[in-house]
Design a protein around this ligand. Sequence first.
Ligand code: BG6
Length: 467
Amino acid sequence: MKEQFLWGSATAAYQCEGAWNLDGKGANVWDEFCHSEKNVKGITGDVSCDFYHHYKEDIRMMAESGQNTYRFSISWSRIFPKDDHVVNEVGFKFYDDVLTECEKYGIVPNVTLVHYDLPDYIGAKGGWLYEHVADEFAFYAKTVFEYFGNRIPYYVTINEPTHNAQCNYLTGNYPPNEQNPQHFVECIYRMVICTAKAIQEFRKLNLTSKIGLVHASCSADIFVDSEEYRSAQKYAEWFINGCVLDPAIKGAYDPDMIQKIKDSGIDLSFVKEEELALCKDNTIDFLGQNAYCRNVVKPYTSGETQVTVNNSGQGPAREGKIIKGWFESDYNESMVLNKWGREIYPKCIYDCLIRRKQEYGDIPIYITECGHGAYDTPDQNGYVEDDDRIQFLNDFIYWTLKAKDEGVDVRGFYVWSTMDLYSWINGYQKRYGLVRVGYDDSNLRRIPKKSYYWYKDFIERRKELDA
Ligand code: BG6
């Protein structure tokens, strides 16, 4: 039977659940960071849009707009609040209830095991750098697989290893707020091994469900067609994609990439060959590809490694990378940027999908996030006419379907985000939701935006074409 194309939207636990210390949940690294002096803006996810208490309303609204899938994440520290492997049954009950609600409407769940929010007790031991993080993660993953089994048809190990590692260890805007290339590489390695070990546990259970990874970056582009630029592009592809996708899909690293990392002065003595070998037999079933923007690069010129972002939402600061000895970001005047200095270039999703097929063959791909961050302006009733978001989504979907028509095995598309939620360091003013959340309203009122109705109509029109 032909698998139905999935049209839905996505959220992540820390960004939407709230209830940060309710019903036995333990603290995670974001709770710890947001409650510390390092959080200069003082904004937290303690309550956010309170999905914990509003999930029935949110899932009903998804169903009413015709969405047939929902991507969300499980909070590890809700399941294992302390460092003792003792399950918090109330934590499981919450996700059980969320799944029941999805099942009521025929919404297919796509569930991520960790979306940035490592338990605080893992953070205290070094977080992703902790030598035994992969064993801890595999234990947690196994517990979830055993508990929910085939009720969850799509499991995701980790959300965006590359972006998470960059924010944690290069930009330093996410906890533990470091700028340390050595730790960046080590973090990527541990996440790769976490995925392999979790998949090893998953395979033992012979479930019919599928398991994948959600990856952040689209492809690397160049403006000049020369040998130097093509070489910078190759290094950028390794840096933003290959370092996670090669082991996850091909089961091994390109030796040239390893040599390049060593030549950059990174000490790889933490790598254990027997761990790396696990990747070979524990590759992913599907790729979750998040799509926001491309990376335009040129040959490295000078300066230390640095990755900059714009968390203020006020121009003109652009996102950019200098990766010493590898490549650096390039710009030109024709690039259209959003207020957070990120390029808006819808064709990037097409280029990315075509290149994934060239590099990794026919792996099934789901666009697990795609969305437009903006300062929405509501009218007096709270209604937002977000034509900019509609345009963004319309264009990205157009290019996704073009790649599908040309033979890329794309099977689903998730708008980021289902409703407004906490946008990490950007706080709450940068909004992505199809549904507005009235944060000043005592009941956190949900008001569908124009984009919600646009998506509803779009899905309705697609029904026949997808059948
Ligand atoms: C993705 C993350 O990278 O981008 C989401 O998976 C995040 O968690 C989204 O919210 C948008 O980024 P930001 O920083 O604008 O919220």
